[in-house]
Ligand binder design. Structure first.
Ligand SMILES: [Zn+2]
Length: 119
């Protein structure tokens, strides 16, 4: 038979116990790699690095074209993409999308590294 408490625990004792359940304050530190604020002893959510190793691959958000030149460039790129899509058959469209995605993933982090080196 399991151990059974001898008496009822008073509301005071119950609440005193629950007082210890509250959440503590997280210690926030500066990421040594990208200098963003991050939780200590956790992977940086900004660059995905911990202990100088890439743990998470962070997707870089596409830039919003600001200048008219950039807008025209983005439009031309979108048009080229649409053309490729129209040319490829439905079955092969997916296969074609693979290498393009990979390129974008590998190129963008390199850019970041060079920026960091400049600092
Ligand atoms: Zn970072």
């Amino acid at each position: 038979m399991a151990a059974v408490p001898k008496g009822k625990r008073s509301k005071s004792k119950r609440d005193m116990k629950r007082n210890g359940f509250k959440l503590g304050v997280l210690s926030v530190v500066e990421c040594p790699r990208c200098r963003a604020k991050k939780v200590a002893h956790r992977v940086c959510t900004a660059c995905g690095y911990y202990d100088n190793k890439e743990i998470i691959k962070i997707k870089v958000k596409s830039k919003v074209p600001a200048t008219p030149e950039e807008k025209a460039k983005a439009k031309a790129e979108a048009k080229a993409k649409a053309k490729v899509k129209a040319k490829s058959t439905p079955g092969r469209g997916r296969r074609f999308a693979g290498p393009v995605k990979k390129e974008a993933k590998t190129v963008k982090p390199e850019k970041k590294e060079t920026e960091l080196a400049a600092i």
